[in-house]
Design a protein around this ligand. Structure first.
Ligand SMILES: Cc1cc2nc3c(=O)[nH]c(=O)nc-3n(C[C@H](O)[C@H](O)[C@H](O)COP(=O)(O)OP(=O)(O)OC[C@H]3O[C@@H](n4cnc5c(N)ncnc54)[C@H](O)[C@@H]3O)c2cc1C
Length: 408
């Protein structure tokens, strides 16, 4: 297990993080590993921070970060509690396989894991001393001082640090205040909404050989995946007007039945065990990439605050995890406090190309998955079916090849 391996005193002594999601909590753990003091401020109450709808894929690229952090203890808990990502498949809505992902691509130590969002948050939170995370604290604004940053919260309190990291998600207030705005402009609507939630899969006709499965219809898709210990998560996308809801059809479960009940098994069986109240629906957004520079002075952004992407690759959170590690790695190696602003810009530009590529590819996959015309779907399915698995895998090699290391 690789550790930072040197008892250095980094020139950044205190990092203020806004947001206790995947990005903020991972960054905090990386800071502690690098001997940097850190404080996380989260606007929600603790129980809300430790929850979330459905599950999430932590893929191979991002899981490697947790192999390095906290002596591998987060990584070990992920494997013990979550569902390891072995074989998976895309198929047409009638169940015809279009692409089967090959588990031989990676060795077993190096496979991704799916977890429920609640469990993921819990594991990340428990990897930190509890006094580091301050909940019920809403970031309001910040200013640069002579040698650092001062952060103001809605309740009138303040805190000081060397740098500020906005890990506060899609509607990032830190990002807005970097450009002097009260709030950010609206994100870009993808044209689709998503329902998600958890279900118990033990009594269902699920093919246990597969860790995940996504079935493609016409303007809609249904996916499910193993999040460990008999639990599964589902997601369902459908082309839809922005701001829609399920009131006119009597709730989310009815809406899902109307769209997905003619899908192949196990979709109808999954729909039968879902409970209306535990289905979460939201609209899907992204934002145009910011380019090489995301922050200003001693403030930067990570995760969705910097680069929200559509969820079609299951990589938004994974990019947040990579960001967190790469930022701390640079800070840990900072030679002098004068370098800090420069280092933050270096961090942003070093991440720019990769996250932009994820943004673009996510949109492309979304367009294919949500194809609305019958002929378009036929063509899409036909192309997918004819593409050899090795060629499809090769297209994503750049994504999964990420190898984090504490070494410079
Ligand atoms: C349907 C769907 C499926 C997805 N599936 C996957 C997947 O399988 N794999 C994957 O890698 N990614 C996935 N993603 C993307 C992933 O969820 C996000 O990229 C990830 O959650 C971003 O993490 P974050 O910490 O940057 O932001 P967030 O998770 O949004 O966390 C931001 C935090 O900041 C807090 N906050 C906001 N404003 C303030 C404030 N003013 N003061 C203090 N705190 C504040 C919020 O309460 C929140 O806790 C999916 C997304 C969607 C919508």
């Amino acid at each position: 297990m690789q550790t930072l391996g040197k008892a250095i005193k980094p020139s950044v002594s205190k990092v203020i993080v806004i947001g206790g999601g995947i990005a903020g909590l991972t960054l905090a753990r990386a800071c502690l590993d690098a001997n940097i003091e850190v404080e996380v401020y989260e606007k929600r109450q603790l129980d809300a921070m430790l929850s979330g709808p459905g599950g999430i894929f932590i893929q191979r690229n991002a899981i490697r970060v947790y192999q390095l952090l906290y002596l591998g203890k987060i990584y070990q808990r992920f494997y013990a509690q979550g569902g390891t990502i072995f074989k998976g498949a895309f198929s047409s809505k009638d169940g015809t396989p279009l692409y089967i992902s090959s588990p031989k691509m990676a060795d077993e130590e190096d496979l991704g894991v799916c977890l429920s969002r609640g469990e993921l948050q819990q594991i990340l939170y428990e990897a930190l001393p509890s006094e580091i995370v301050h909940t019920d604290k809403t970031f309001e604004k910040f200013e640069e001082t002579e040698d650092g940053v001062r952060v103001y919260f809605q309740d009138g309190s303040t805190t000081d640090g060397d740098i500020l990291v906005g890990a506060d998600g899609l509607y990032s207030r830190v990002r807005a205040s970097l450009s002097g705005q009260q709030r950010l402009e609206e994100p870009v609507y993808s044209g689709m909404c998503c329902w998600r939630g958890l279900f118990n899969g033990s009594s269902l006709p699920l093919n246990k050989e597969y860790s995940w499965m996504e079935l493609w219809g016409q303007g809609n898709r249904f996916g499910y995946f193993d999040v460990g210990r008999g639990q599964f998560s589902f997601y369902a996308f459908s082309n839809s007007e922005q701001g829609g809801n399920d009131d006119s059809v009597g709730g989310a479960l009815n809406a899902l039945n109307l769209i997905f009940s003619d899908y192949a098994e196990p979709v109808p069986s999954i729909l039968k065990v879902l409970e209306n109240e535990s289905i979460y629906r939201d609209d899907i957004f992204d934002r145009q990439p910011l380019g090489n520079s995301w922050g200003k002075g001693r403030a930067t952004l990570i995760g969705d605050a910097a680069h929200p992407v559509q969820p079609n690759l299951g990589q938004g959170g994974c990019m947040a995890i990579e960001d967190a590690f790469e930022l701390v790695k640079l800070l840990a190696n900072a030679a002098s406090p004068d370098q800090i602003a420069l280092l933050l810009r270096q961090f942003e530009s070093s991440r720019s190309q990769r996250v932009t590529r994820v943004f673009t590819t996510s949109r492309q996959v979304g367009q294919l998955g949500q194809t609305n015309s019958a002929i378009g779907c036929l063509l899409r399915n036909w192309i997918y079916k004819l593409t050899p698995t090795w060629l499809a895998d090769l297209q994503f090699k750049w994504l999964f090849d990420y190898q984090p290391s504490w070494k410079e």
